[in-house]
Design a protein around this ligand. Structure first.
Ligand code: SF4
Length: 89
């Protein structure tokens, strides 16, 4: 098993497009407070390193998904609209 930052290891940064919203996790910023998990446990979970990963963000309604991302105290969750407009943070 190899891990190498230069290969763009998706454990550090990952992105999903859900219903026209582009949600990005910056795992280097996440400090594992879990606010987003509390708000939308269907969408986010903390992994073994206490850093957030996606579960099934498409199963959460748009408003709650936005609320969950906006709840992050360190802005580790970014949401953009389909035209690239940043909605969160
Ligand atoms: S709210 Fe932010 S810091 Fe807390 S678990 Fe979610 S992404 Fe990480």
């Amino acid at each position: 098993m190899t891990t190498d930052d230069e290969t763009g290891d998706d454990r550090h940064e990952c992105e999903r497009t859900i219903d026209g919203l582009r949600v990005r996790i910056d795992r280097t910023l996440c400090v594992g407070f879990g606010d987003c998990v509390t708000e939308a446990p269907e969408a986010f979970v903390l992994d073994g390193e206490n850093v957030v990963v996606f579960v099934a963000p498409e199963s959460v309604g748009r408003e709650r998904l936005l609320r969950a991302c906006a709840s992050c105290p360190v802005d580790a969750l970014t949401v953009c609209d389909s035209d690239g407009t940043q909605l969160v943070p």
